[in-house]
Structures are given as structure tokens and as C-alpha cells.
Design a protein around this ligand. Structure first.
Ligand code: NAP
Length: 308
């Protein structure tokens, strides 16, 4: 059975290349005919691992293709997920499975609501990859920058997916997770405590060591939010982990900082935006988190970037 991977970007390319080299049938879905033509001109994907580039001629198509889709890896940004799935809906086979790779929360439910007959598997990944736009193959060249792990789970049905052995064969480190929502909430909280401040202070993660009180206050509010949203496990030792992450990744720029620095849209709506909306829904007043959200939105708007 063929995999379809929507989004020939960083994570989509990383997954498609590894599946293809293990002999698993895979098709990439490009945004439109002109992106497909550009992809075909490059002749496929290039994946760079430990400095070694290898080419993978993974076949491409657009949403307009007619072949039914049984298994779809949705590898676009959170803000593109809903419209991407709307275009593919007519092609989903009965009992289709979707793997949602988006960071943050909110996009998964929006996708699931559109496809009530498909199984939606949520993913949380610590793998790192980026597109090497400067190379001759341009954006079809993906650099595998950080080894990591992907947790997969279905909040509605804890039966592990039947294709985990294909990930095993493809060398994609993964684990079926019975509490994927807890993982996604925890990651969202870490993101909310670190990323917006790195944008506002224009610093690397380690720069937040100079703002310990602000970080501690945010962690306390995020902990309260997690507990109120029925995720007490995700709140455990949050502040200690945030401090550990700041220390361990001191030299790195957060993904949100990188997006803003490059003038790209951020996933704010699915991170801090989602957290603030959830607080509001529960009648919870989290003054510092709200203020951070307002400051960040102002910062993005001032730079001509979407603030939602
Ligand atoms: P990316 O490099 O920007 O790739 C996204 C891809 O989706 C782009 O190729 C884009 O096409 C494509 N796309 C968007 N809408 C589409 C549509 N309707 N049809 C077909 N293709 C479409 O993003 P990414 O870094 O892989 O991130 C994907 C998700 O994974 C994000 O939520 C991110 O936060 C999460 N994540 C990423 C990493 C990482 O290291 N990269 C790690 C963990 C989690 P165009 O090129 O035409 O715009």
C-alpha cells in the first residue's frame, strides 16, 4: 500500500526519502502544478545526512490526481493543514489513515473535524530538518540536522497503527504513545515558555537565563492551564524541564525565532494562541501569558507578519 506525503518540505522530505529507500511505495503531493513541475525538473528529493547527500526520485503529484489515498502523512505547517486536507478529502479511501505531524495544538482537531470517517493519528517529533535553499537543488534538498524520535497516537483509539513495522524498516525512530495529547500539551507548554521570549528579546535560547523570573512566572501559569485542561501529567516539573531545555539548547535559536528572523509566518496561533484561547474557554485568567501573547502579536504585526 502506498504512502502519500503531503508537503515536500523539511519533515515531509525526511520521511519520504527514508520510506522510499526502504522500498516502501511513496508519493509526494505538491502544492500545485507549477510546484510539481519545479520538483520534477529537480528529478526528486535530495537528503543530506552527516554531510552525505543522496538523491531519491520519489514520484510527485498534486491534489488534483485521482488515485485514492489510504495512508497520508500530513507534513505541512499547522496553518496550512486545514486547507490542504480540504483539497484531498474527495480522494480519501474508506478507512483512510492520516498522520498529522503539525507542531502545537488546534490544527489536528480542525483536520479531524473535516474527515470524520478517517482515522487521525497525532504525531509529536523531536527530529530536526531544514531545507537547504542555497544548494543547486534548491528547496528539494533536505538536511537531516537533528536525530530524534517521533511519538504517534490516536486520542480516540489506542490500537497501534498496523504500519509501524514500515517505519521500523525505514529507520524512522518512533513509538506508539497511549497519551499523545499529554505529549503534545507538554511540548506546547515548553514552546510557550521559551519561543515567544526568544523572539521578543531577540536572543538564543540561552539568553533566557537572564530572565529567570519571567520564565518561572510563565511556567507557573502554564502549569495551571495544563491542570485545568485535564493534563496534570504534562504539568509535572515543567519549570525544571524548561530550565533544562534552555541550558541544553543555549546556543540554538528557537524555531519561532528562526521563522521571524527570516520573515516567515510563525505557528503562533497553534502555540501561544491556542494556550490563551484554552485559558479563556475555562474562565482562567493568566495575566502574564495573555500579556506575552499581546506583545508577540504586536511584534509580528510591526514586522508585517501574520499575528494569528
Ligand atoms: P516546511 O519545511 O515549511 O514544509 C512544509 C511543506 O508543506 C512545504 O513544502 C509546503 O509547500 C507544503 N505545503 C503546504 N501546503 C500545501 C498544500 N496544500 N499542498 C501541498 N504541499 C503543501 O515545514 P516543516 O519544517 O517540515 O514543518 C512541518 C510541521 O512539522 C510544522 O508544524 C513544524 O512545526 C513541525 N516540525 C518541524 C520540525 C523540523 O525540524 N522541520 C521538527 C518538528 C516539528 P511550499 O514549499 O509550496 O510552500
Amino acid at each position: 500500500m502506498s504512502w502519500h506525503v503531503l508537503g515536500a518540505g523539511s519533515l515531509g522530505g525526511l520521511w519520504a526519502a527514508r520510506l522510499a529507500r526502504a522500498g516502501v511505495p511513496v508519493q509526494l503531493i505538491l502544492r500545485d502544478a507549477s510546484r510539481l513541475a519545479a520538483y520534477r525538473r529537480a528529478g526528486g528529493l535530495t537528503l543530506v545526512e552527516q554531510g552525505q547527500a543522496r538523491h531519491y526520485p520519489v514520484p510527485g503529484q498534486t491534489a488534483a490526481d485521482s488515485a485514492p489515498i489510504q495512508r497520508l502523512l500530513l507534513a505541512c505547517k499547522a496553518y496550512d493543514a486545514e486547507s490542504a486536507i480540504a483539497a484531498l478529502k474527495p480522494r480519501l479511501a474508506p478507512g483512510a489513515e492520516l498522520i498529522l505531524l503539525q507542531n502545537g495544538l488546534g490544527s489536528q482537531d480542525a483536520v479531524a473535524a473535516q474527515v470524520p470517517n478517517a482515522r487521525c493519528i497525532f504525531a509529536s517529533s523531536t527530529e530536526g530538518a531544514f531545507r537547504d535553499g542555497a544548494a543547486p537543488e534548491g528547496e528539494w534538498r533536505v538536511v537531516f540536522a537533528g536525530q530524534g524520535h517521533t511519538w504517534l497516537g490516536d486520542p480516540l483509539d489506542n490500537t497501534p497503527a498496523s504500519w509501524l513495522d514500515e517505519l521500523e524498516r525505514s529507520g524512522i525512530p518512533h513509538q506508539w504513545s497511549p497519551d499523545i495529547l499529554s505529549r503534545l500539551w507538554r511540548k506546547l507548554a515548553l514552546n510557550c515558555a521559551i519561543n515567544p521570549l526568544t523572539v521578543l528579546y531577540d536572543c538564543r535560547n540561552g539568553g533566557l537565563r537572564e530572565h529567570p523570573t519571567e520564565v518561572a512566572t510563565l511556567c507557573a501559569e502554564l502549569g495551571e492551564l495544563l491542570a485545568t485542561c485535564g493534563q496534570p501529567a504534562a504539568a509535572q516539573d515543567l519549570h525544571a524541564e524548561v530550565q533544562r531545555v534552555i541550558q541544553a539548547t543555549a546556543a540554538n535559536y528557537s524555531s519561532m525565532h528562526q521563522d521571524v528572523a527570516r520573515g516567515r509566518r510563525s505557528e503562533i496561533a497553534y502555540l501561544l494562541g491556542y494556550a490563551c484561547a484554552a485559558a479563556q474557554r475555562h474562565g482562567l485568567v493568566l495575566a502574564h501569558l495573555e500579556a506575552l501573547h499581546a506583545r508577540l502579536r504586536g511584534h509580528l504585526s510591526a514586522r508585517g507578519l501574520p499575528s494569528h
